[in-house]
Design a protein around this ligand. Sequence first.
Ligand SMILES: [Zn+2]
Ligand SMILES: [Zn+2]
Ligand SMILES: [Zn+2]
Length: 627
Amino acid sequence: MNARFTIRPKPIYGESLSSYLIRIGQLNQLTYIDISHLIKSDHRQRVHQRSSFKIDLFAQKFISSKKIDEVLNLDMSTWKSMTFSYLYEKFYDQAELEVSHELFFSGNMINTSTRSFCPKCLKEEKGVYKLLWQVKELNVCQKHSVPLRDTCPTCGKRQPYVFDSMANAECSYCRNKLYEKKDEHAQVSIEKQPTIYSDWEYLIDPNKKGVTVWYKDKRRSALISLFFLAQGEKFPFAREEIEALSADYKHSSLKYLKEKRDVKKSYRVTLPVILKVLRKKEKNVDYFFSLQVPIDYIQSVISEESRYEIGTCKAPWCISYESKRSMKRISKLFLKNDNKIFGAPYICIDCNVIYGRDRRSGLWGECGDIIELAWKKVRPMVNANFSGKSVCETLGISVFILTKCLGYLARHKLLLDDKKAKYTPSVIIQNPEDNFRRLMDLKGTAIYNASEFYGWNHKEYWYYYYDHNVQQLLHLNKENDSTDIASISESKETTPSTLKCNAEEREYLLALTNKYVQQQIENREVITNAEYSRHVGKGYKSMENRYPEIIKWLELKKQLVKELILKDELEKRQEKVIMVVKMLYFREMNMSLTNVAKYSGITRKYIRTHKILTEAIIKTRESLTVQ
Ligand SMILES: [Zn+2]
Ligand SMILES: [Zn+2]
Ligand SMILES: [Zn+2]
C-alpha cells in the first residue's frame, strides 16, 4: 500500500485537506474516493463524492489518525489545521464535538457545495486550493487582491467541491484551465477583507485560545460572553440593554442556558451571531476570546428572572422557602410599600408573606415588613430579652409596627417559648376569620372596631390578623374585599356606567395587558381568558365592561399569536422537508414527493397545498445537483 505513495509532496501553507488528498491521488493514480478509503476511520461505511466537503470541516469524525499517519505521514495537528477542526474546537467541548453538527454551528458561512479559487494562485501553484477560499465572506484573494470565483472562465459552470481534474486546475466539465482567461474586472469590496481574513486565520489557528468556560460548557459560556459583549460590557445583565440581538433570540437562548426545557436548536449560539455582534461592536475575533467576563455578570445572567415570572418565597422559616408552589395571586392590582409599587402581588399561603415585583427595578421581593424587619431584626432582639422600648429605639420603629411584627412572630411560633407565651393572647378564640368578616362590613378602621366590638388590644388584633384563614380571607377572597374595584363593578347595586373610570388604573391595566401579550408572543403560547385574568388580577368579563378597548386590542393579539404559532409550525416543517430531501439525496434515493412525505411524516396533501414547502423541495433539489 505504501508503495503507491512514493510521490508524496508536502502540503502547502493554507491548503485544504481535500485539495491535498486530490493532489496526492493524482500523482499516484488514485481517485479522491480511493484515498479517502485508505484513511477513513473504521466506523465510517463509505465515503461519498458528494459529502466530500465534510473532510474539511471536522476531520476527526471521518479520518483515522493512525491510518493517515501511516499512509501520508501526516501528524494530527498538521492535517487538522488543513480543516476547520480548530474552529469547532474553540466553541465545543470534546464530548459535544462527537455528536455535534458542524454545519449548524458555522451556519451558512462556509461554502460546501462548490469549489472557490483564485485563478492567479492556481496558475502559480497548480492544484493547490486554500481552505479559507471556502469562507463565503472572504471573496478576494489575499495575495493577488482579485475576486475569488467558483465558475470556469471558459464554460462558466460552477465547479463541484471535489473533482478529478482539480489537481491540474482544469474545469470539471470542459477541461479548460481554470486560470485560462484574463480576469474580468468584477466589482468587489475589498475594504474590510483584511480584517475578515485575520478573524478567520485566528479561528482555524491551533495555537489560539478558544472559549473560556465560565459556566457549564463552552457553548453556554460563549453565550454569556456574547451577551456581555453585546451589552457593551456593562453589568449586571439586563436583557433590554442588549440591542444587537432580537428579543426572541435572547428569550430562547436564555432558556437554553438555564436548561429550562427543550429549546429549538436554532437558538443555540452560532458563529454567524457571534461575528455579527463582533462586527457591530467593531471588534476582532481575538477580542471575543480574550474577553474577561466578571463573575458578577455571569451570576446575574444565570439568576436573571423574567419580569413576568413569579418569584420564590424568601422566608427562611417557610416550608415553601425558595419555592413558588404556594404563591397565590392576591386580589389587589398593586401594593405600595416603602415608596415602592409592587405590581401583581402574590401571597405565599404557607407563611403569609406578600411578594411582588418592584415596578421600577423589576426585582421580586417582599412587600411588607415581615422578613427584613420582623424576622431579621425584631426577633433576635426580643429573643435576647431586649425590652419593647429599646427595640423601638434601636430600630427606629413605632410601637404600632413592633406590635404588628410581634403578632406575626407569635402566631407563626417564631419566638422562644417564654416570649411566644408573652405575645400570644391568653385565651385564643376559634375561627377568627368570622370576626374579621364582620369587621370588614363595618365603617372605620378594623383595628379600632376590633377593640370596640371584641375588646381586642393591638397585640390580640395582630395575632389574629396573621391567622392563616384570616389572611386568606383578606387577600384571596374577592367578594369580601370591599377595596377591590372589580368586585364593586360586578355587584348588582352599581352598574359599570356609574363608576368613574380611573385613568391611572386604565393605564396600569393596559401595561399589564401589554406585558402579558408580549410574553405570550415571545413564548409562542396562546392567549387565554383565564390566564389573562390571572395576569391582570381582574375577570375577563369585568374588563370587557369597563375597558372594552383593551379587550378589543387583546382579541386582535390573540389572533396574531395564533397566526405566529402556525407560521412557526410551517417553518419547522419547511426545515424538516429540506432535511429529508438532503437525506434522500445523500442516500441516493428518489427525491420524490412521495418519499419526502414518507420520511418527513408530513402528508402529501399538506405539502402540496403549502407553496413554501413545495418551493423548499424544488430549491433544495436544485442546490444539491450542481450544474
Ligand atoms: Zn491569488
Ligand atoms: Zn469549463
Ligand atoms: Zn412562604
